[in-house]
Design a protein around this ligand. Structure first.
Ligand code: ADE
Length: 425
């Protein structure tokens, strides 16, 4: 640890975990070649010189690489957690001790601490905010209007945050640009689908060690995260039921070969319930009441609102922890319901979140979105902006190159055909 890092402001669990964090961050880096190339260019070009930046993200080995890339680009960067249960304490320690990045995050922080960290992040007087769920941006707008003139823009990682930003814009309070990282194709096609799909099952398995083959699994919500989760659960041999409120998505799930029905019908049938809707109280009292004894319930949506745990608590005569991240609620009826990860994102609570290879593309988008905001400072209208298609294409091309995959290019004849409308049948 250097003299400067000792004086660095931070709130992490234990700085002595730094060597383990370094080892795991290095390991993740093997799967993040796109972000690495961006980091190297940032190191040469310093696009963030003089920029104060706050990232409110899950503090994982992958986020470490994003923070390191931004710092290499000259940013005065600070990191806080975007969820009380997702921080990897060794990563937080390493970023402070080895990279001189202030981190305010520890696994298991309570809600008051979480909100205090959001305030500390705003005390950093950011010019750019990277949000995962929009908590820093929403707090800025609600409580720190006087800091808005400092803001160049914000970037948002997740669907839930985008929904909040849309609501802010509709209410006329989003008065600066916000980059919609979630909607980049190289983000949601991969991170939401393959990342959530694999890591959600990883979290369930690490928490419970149950066999998925032959189990009936309910996936609530058939957005990109739901699609990935349903696909991977089927791949593990589960019988998958999808619940939806959107008729188009419900047909899609049906034609993808899943049974589709309301939660009330699915409740007595399933062994495992996974919510990925972004909405609240998807599983509530009438569903708990009808579940099989020992049914397992968890959430992989952004906030811990999808399972009505307050009501479940009121229905229980006893709650006991039976394994880490696994609590059994004994109902007054005599049956039990098992809740994983306190209803918080199970992939980050009990496992390590999305694998590095998908976060490579998500965070390449974040890094390039921040650079885009700086390059276009003062020129972008308030509200949400898509990641330019060229950046999406650039990230996909870099990823393919790193994977050693070549693709075809259009011939001159094909280009001409695509640009003409005269030749038909
Ligand atoms: N969101 C989901 N998985 C993640 C990860 N591994 N790192 C950061 N944010 C994530």
């Amino acid at each position: 640890m250097t003299a400067t890092t000792v004086q660095l402001k931070h709130e992490v669990k234990d700085l002595s975990l730094a060597p383990l964090g370094k080892q795991r961050i290095d390991w993740a880096g093997r799967e993040m070649p796109v972000l690495k190339q961006i980091q190297e260019r940032f190191g040469r070009e310093k696009p963030f010189a003089g920029i104060r930046l706050v990232a409110c993200c899950h503090v994982t080995t992958e986020t470490a690489h994003l923070a390191i890339a931004l710092k290499a680009g000259g940013a005065d960067a600070m990191l806080i957690a975007s969820n009380p249960l997702s921080t990897q304490d060794d990563v937080a320690a390493c970023l402070v001790a080895d990279y001189g990045i202030p981190v305010f995050a520890f696994k298991g922080e309570d809600n008051a601490t979480y909100h205090r960290h959001v305030q500390i992040a705003l005390d950093h007087k950011p010019n750019i905010i990277i949000d995962d769920g929009s908590d820093v941006t929403a707090t800025l707008i609600q409580e720190r209007q006087h800091q808005i003139p400092d803001i160049i823009g914000t970037t948002e990682e997740t669907t839930t945050g985008i929904v909040r930003l849309q609501a802010m814009f509709k209410d006329g309070v989003l008065t600066f640009p916000a980059m919609n990282v979630n909607d980049a194709e190289t983000k949601h096609f991969f991170d939401n689908r393959y990342g959530t799909g694999q890591s959600t099952l990883d979290g369930i398995i690490r928490a419970t060690n149950i066999l998925l083959a032959g189990k009936t699994v309910v996936v609530a919500g058939y957005g990109w995260c739901g699609k990935g989760t349903a696909m991977r659960a089927r791949g593990m041999g589960a019988n998958v039921i999808v619940t939806e409120i959107n008729p188009v998505k419900a047909i899609e799930a049906t034609m993808d070969g899943f049974r589709v029905m309301p939660m009330a019908e699915a409740a007595p049938l399933a062994d495992i319930f996974i919510t990925v809707t972004g909405n609240k109280h998807i599983i509530r009292s009438e569903h708990f009441q009808d579940m099989k004894d020992g049914a397992i319930v968890c959430n992989s949506g952004h906030f811990d609102i999808e399972i009505d745990l307050k009501t479940l608590e009121s229905m229980a005569s006893e709650i006991r922890t039976v394994r880490p991240f696994t609590q059994e609620y004994r109902l007054k009826s005599g049956k039990s319901v098992v809740v994983l990860g306190e209803g918080r994102l199970i992939n980050l609570a009990a496992a390590e979140g999305h694998p590095s290879a998908v976060m490579d593309m998500s965070f390449a988008n974040q890094a390039l979105a921040c650079e885009y905001l700086v390059k276009n400072k003062g020129k972008l209208a308030p509200g949400l902006h898509s990641i330019p298609a060229e950046l999406d294409g650039e990230i996909a091309a870099l990823k393919l190159k790193a994977m050693g995959i070549n693709i075809d290019t259009l011939t001159a004849e094909q280009v001409e055909y695509m640009n003409s409308w005269t030749s038909g049948t």
